[in-house]
Design a protein around this ligand. Structure first.
Ligand SMILES: *Cc1c(COP(=O)(O)O)cnc(C)c1O
Length: 221
């Protein structure tokens, strides 16, 4: 498995309209460096402390994305440098990100994670919860976070029509929220959906950002 070749292959396949997040969780920094040398600059991790230590030893111009379930008490580890958090699933977490962003004198971009899968185990808000968050007074007051889109994970299944339905639903919700809660000047434009096994289906459904791990770096233990 050549990491550099895999990066090149994905870049060609995705073109300039879709952003590739290389999911490097559990993989050593040497693997990330290999992808970096092939031109990749956006990497995703799911553990705050792991992301922090990798960020310290790898090049400065890497944009680090947080993709896993994030606990409020760990936001502090990534707040100084994280470029996008994909996994906001509660107002309480968003408030903590805002607080830590403010302490670091910056604004942090985030995606709201929507629960679209059948599995209970997956995180995220449903339609009602996300609207409640966007309507809340607490949300309105936040000045150091910017909601730039949505993220969702489809059911882990080989039933492609089920996956397609879930992604189509997320795209529909994205369009609806964009028109009812955001204006033209807002940067609400990112729809993060699709991983190694289902990114092709996600692209057809209108994904603007795919999160690919094992198809770039090989299987994880
Ligand atoms: C691990 C992970 C991925 C990448 O999964 P692959 O199947 O290895 O491509 C994408 N998104 C999230 C949220 C993840 O945790």
């Amino acid at each position: 498995m050549n990491i550099g070749d895999n990066i090149a292959k994905f870049k060609t396949e995705l073109g300039d309209q879709v952003t590739l997040v290389a999911i490097s969780k559990t993989k050593p920094s040497a693997d990330i460096q290999e992808a970096y040398d092939a031109g990749q600059r956006i990497f995703g991790e799911n553990r705050p402390q792991e992301m922090q230590s990798k960020a310290e030893e790898l090049p400065n111009d890497i944009q680090w994305h947080m993709v896993g379930h994030l606990q409020s008490n760990k936001v502090k580890y990534i707040a100084p440098f994280v470029s996008l958090i994909h996994s906001i699933d509660k107002l309480k977490l968003l408030k903590e990100v805002n607080k830590r962003a403010k302490q670091n004198e910056r604004c942090i971009d985030v995606l709201l994670q929507i629960h679209i899968a059948k599995e209970e185990s997956k995180f995220g808000m449903d339609e009602e919860e996300v609207k409640e968050l966007l309507d809340s007074e607490g949300y309105e007051k936040l000045e150091n976070v910017r909601v730039v889109g949505l993220m969702g994970m489809a059911t882990f299944t080989d039933n492609e029509s089920r996956i397609e339905k879930e992604f189509d639903y997320l795209k529909q919700l994205f369009d609806e929220l964009k028109s009812s809660y955001f204006s033209q000047e807002d940067s609400f434009g990112t729809l993060s959906m699709g991983m190694s096994s289902d990114y092709k289906i996600a692209l057809k459904a209108g994904s603007t950002m795919v999160r690919v791990g094992s198809s770039i770096f090989g299987a994880r233990d």
